[in-house]
Design a protein around this ligand. Sequence first.
Ligand SMILES: Nc1ncnc2c1ncn2[C@@H]1O[C@H](COP(=O)(O)OP(=O)(O)OP(=O)(O)O)[C@@H](O)[C@H]1O
Ligand SMILES: [Mg+2]
Length: 357
Amino acid sequence: MTSIELRAIGKRYGAAWALRDVSLRVEPGEFFTLLGPSGCGKTTALRLIAGFLDPDEGEILIDGADVRGVPPWRRDLGLVFQNYALWPHLSVFEHVAFGLRERHVPRAERTARVREALRLVSLEGFEHRRPSQLSGGQQQRVALARTLVLRPRALLLDEPLSNLDATLRAQMRIELRRLHRELGITTVFVTHDQAEAMALSTRVAVFDRGAVIQVGTPAEVYRRPRTRFVAEFLGAANLLSGTVQGDTVRVHGAEGRRDGLRLRVADPAAGDGAPVVCVVRPEAIQRVASGAAVANRLDATVLTVVYLGGRHECELALAGGLTLRAELATHGGAEAPKPGERIVVAIAPEDVVLLIE
Ligand SMILES: Nc1ncnc2c1ncn2[C@@H]1O[C@H](COP(=O)(O)OP(=O)(O)OP(=O)(O)O)[C@@H](O)[C@H]1O
Ligand SMILES: [Mg+2]
């Protein structure tokens, strides 16, 4: 199985750097996702791995070997791009057989391999259809099958699901996961969709403006973001500025008010007086009984309520003019919060993540 490594990669277009000092290592068999907003350099990174672009700085290693000067077709990687073009006049079978024909694979083996690839993407029985007779998701599977049939060392997928509507995307996500489990093939996946990255990846590299900001499992980057950018990009986050005091943070009130609140934290990570930002995910805020003996118990007034099915997204007003976004679980017969209601919530100290500013 194949590993892919980028070492201190720099790439510029003209005078503008698209990637700067990017280092990462994709382990054999991983489903590794490059995640970041539009223009952060994801496609550039993938094209460098594929060999369609050359780096200005640094090295790329595939299975430990420097691939400088190795052309794309000799890197033995399978690529699926966002705009996978299918030919209108070719059947599904012919699409998938095309690459094998070019490589002079004998007919009997060709047929067997096409069948196997179509089975992998659940398209048995569609051999004779043309693209116009397929749904978007089925077309996407054809694009995957024609890549898989060549048995590449690794798969490079650039936003392969972005042409599909939300339902199909969710379905193809499950398909991709199953496929990856079945084949165990090293996969580098590009997306700007954090939910997709979370659902699919063994690890994620979060990109911002041409740099890798953080690499980790989905849970690590979600629960332990290292920067404000990562915290906000990976989902809703409350960010509260304050200063460390022992094992607590004194959170500043809104607009310089002095009556903020105090949060106990599991790991202060800095000495007294250090300015920090507390990251609190909405679902880490829990409603508790008013006398509950728990840390970080806070009185709150419910401002707005949106029902999300099983939970309510609320805006809460706290001391010091602060507001928090909370997702309160309301299954099991718990009362739904109502606008104007005064409630008590708590945040576990280990759910308060500190960023050193
Ligand atoms: N051929 C090119 N010539 C000049 N600039 C380019 C070229 N290709 C990309 N860029 C620039 O390099 C930066 C990174 O582009 P890239 O396509 O890698 O981003 P991306 O993360 O894939 O974005 P998206 O999510 O929109 O696909 C962008 O600022 C882009 O405008
Ligand atoms: Mg792109």
